[in-house]
Structures are given as C-alpha cells and as structure tokens.
Design a protein around this ligand. Structure first.
Ligand SMILES: [Zn+2]
Length: 172
C-alpha cells in the first residue's frame, strides 16, 4: 500500500478518536497492517533485495538505486501528510492528526531499520508484517490498485470535507 494511503487512513482514525488520542495513535499504527493485508500493487524498490525463500533475510542496499527509492518514498510519505492536512485536518495545523499520519506510515520505516539492524523487537514485528502483508501483488493491475487507493482516500475523508471543507462552501 502506498504511504499516502496509510497516512490518510491514520489521520482519519485519529480524527474519529479525538476523544482518546493515545488509542487513536495506537489504532493508526495498527491500521497499517490491516491495509497491507488487502491485495495491492506497490511501486518497486530497486535497492530492496527480496529473498523469496526467506523473506526475513531480505536486505536493502545503499547503492545508486537507493537515492531514487528514497526520493520516491519521501514524496509518497509527504503526499500522505499533505493530503491529511488538506482533507482531514482541513488546512488547520493539528499535531495529533499529523502524528497519527506519521505513526500509520511508521511500520514501513521500521522495516528499513530492521534490514539494517536485525534485532528484537524489530524481528518479531518484521515477521508479523511479512505474514499479514498480502501475497497478491496485483502485478499487471498497477492502475487498478492506484485508482482503488485514490477512491478509498476520497471515500474515507468525504464526510469531513463534504460538510466543512472550505472549498466545498463554494459549491453550495
Ligand atoms: Zn507495510
């Protein structure tokens, strides 16, 4: 799943759980794994050397590809934060919602840390992440997956922006 989708989902959960921020952050973190369980296409990371037999032994090399991967991942992560800011916190800075968007992306950052250090509790978390992550990579359905994720973002945020989104006022 793209980091964008993870971030917006985390932000939405946070907004719904505003009365209990700690639980909101926890659920935002958990939502990452639930989303990953759905079949989806992921953009390729060329610096990631996947070990198909022993996924726990997969690595990430810091090579020429890494810079490009890093840029892609950063842009994806930033887009998630920007969309959370626009669609969920409605152009108002809200550290809690922004934090939840970050926490929802965190499991993927922790995978990277795992590839470098391979220590508990990251090893157990990585096992769980691999286990729950769909094995259906939608290889030839890139655009179906991207469109589905875009539609999902619109649907889960619609109730917020349809009611009070400043731009929506223009269409009334
Ligand atoms: Zn993930």
């Amino acid at each position: 799943m793209t980091l964008t989708t993870h971030a917006v989902t985390g932000a939405v959960i946070a907004k719904l759980m505003a009365g209990n921020p700690l639980l909101g952050l926890f659920l935002a973190f958990c939502s990452h794994f639930i989303l990953d369980a759905f079949p989806h296409w992921d953009y390729p990371l060329k610096s990631h050397n996947e070990d198909k037999k022993n996924p726990l032994d997969s690595t990430m090399s810091i090579n020429g590809h890494f810079v490009k991967d890093f840029l892609n991942v950063s842009m994806d992560g930033m887009l998630g934060l920007i969309l959370s800011f626009i669609l969920v916190s409605q152009l108002e800075f809200n550290a809690y919602i922004l934090g939840a968007a970050l926490v929802a992306q965190l499991p993927d950052a922790l995978q990277f840390v795992y590839w470098r250090v391979r220590r508990e509790p990251l090893t157990s978390l990585q096992k769980f992440h691999i286990w729950i992550h769909t094995k259906n990579k939608m290889r030839n359905m890139k655009w179906v997956s991207i469109s589905a994720q875009a539609l999902f973002i619109l649907l889960v945020t619609a109730s917020f922006w349809a009611n009070s989104y400043p731009l929506a006022q223009l269409f009334r």
